[in-house]
Design a protein around this ligand. Structure first.
Ligand code: FMN
Length: 251
């Protein structure tokens, strides 16, 4: 990397990120798992609301079910640990009730956004902790594909929602790092500037096709075509099931 003056082991770990979809059967030790979870527990949350809970799934049968619910993602069944990150306005409601107040935030766009940010921070902390221990991870948004079944499987109460998960385990086959779009499409100094986007997207489409070729994936698409799921709501059950959970998102 270019910035020698700003290198250390943590930054090395962060810069070496790649999602892993091939895991060995070696279990993750309790010490490692506890340390990874403590890193997420220590993470900041908006207003210190701590409206996030984790459900750790090690049971193989349950992981196989989650793999199927997520649309047939074999690595969920293969990795020895799956951690579901849950929006938890059930917990905060207990606090508000104790204080004699009524909770409304869970019905709002603000509430969903705040909880999604805090869930993402927890996910990021766990990814870095796991990778620093030499373990592999892959985030799993696929748990929103059949959210009602996930809620039932994990025993989640009203005012909660399984937002994202993470596979965790020892790496069997390592993955090549996926290239990113040019830094100028990501970092804007002082003022947003989209002027170079079209050109950067053309260049990135070519880069990603070269990447697919290098890793032997003949079915790989350019980045732009790979965005096809965004032409609709790719997990349409999120809104109705979240609403049934009491997360109305209409305020
Ligand atoms: C919130 C989130 C949800 C994701 N969901 C899935 C998923 O369900 N299945 C999967 O295989 N990868 C999933 N990924 C991994 C992305 O596909 C991956 O991060 C992206 O292709 C970039 O590759 P890299 O992580 O190897 O750099 C998810 C990533 C994020 C951040």
């Amino acid at each position: 990397m270019k910035h020698e003056a700003a290198m250390n082991e943590t930054i090395d770990t962060l810069l070496s990120h790649r999602s892993i979809r091939s895991y060995s059967s070696e279990p993750v030790s309790d010490d490692m798992l506890d340390a990874i979870i403590e890193c997420a527990h220590r993470a900041p949350t908006s207003m210190n609301a701590q409206e996030i809970s984790l459900v750790v799934v090690r049971d193989a049968e349950k992981r196989a079910k989650i793999a199927a619910l997520a649309g047939g993602q074999a690595w969920i069944a293969q990795a020895p640990v799956f951690i579901a990150i849950v929006i938890d306005f059930h917990k905060t409601q207990l606090g508000l009730h104790k204080a004699g107040l009524t909770q409304v935030i869970h019905e709002s766009m603000e509430g969903y956004g705040v909880a999604a940010v805090d869930a993402g921070i927890a996910l990021g902390k766990m990814m870095t902790a796991a990778q620093s221990l030499g373990l592999g991870i892959v985030p799993i948004g696929g748990i929103r594909r059949n959210p009602q079944d996930m809620i039932d499987l994990l025993g989640l109460p009203p005012l909660t929602f399984p937002l994202v998960g993470m596979c965790l385990g020892h790496i069997a086959n390592d993955a090549a790092q996926k290239p990113r779009m040019a830094m100028r499409t990501f970092r804007h100094d002082e003022r947003y500037d989209a002027a170079g986007y079209a050109q950067a997207i053309d260049a990135y489409d070519a880069t990603i096709m070269e990447y697919w070729k290098q890793i032997g994936r003949s079915d790989g698409l350019p980045w732009s075509a790979n965005l096809a799921p965004l032409k609709g709501v790719y997990y349409p059950q999120v809104k109705p099931v979240a609403a049934r959970q009491g997360l109305l998102n209409d305020k």
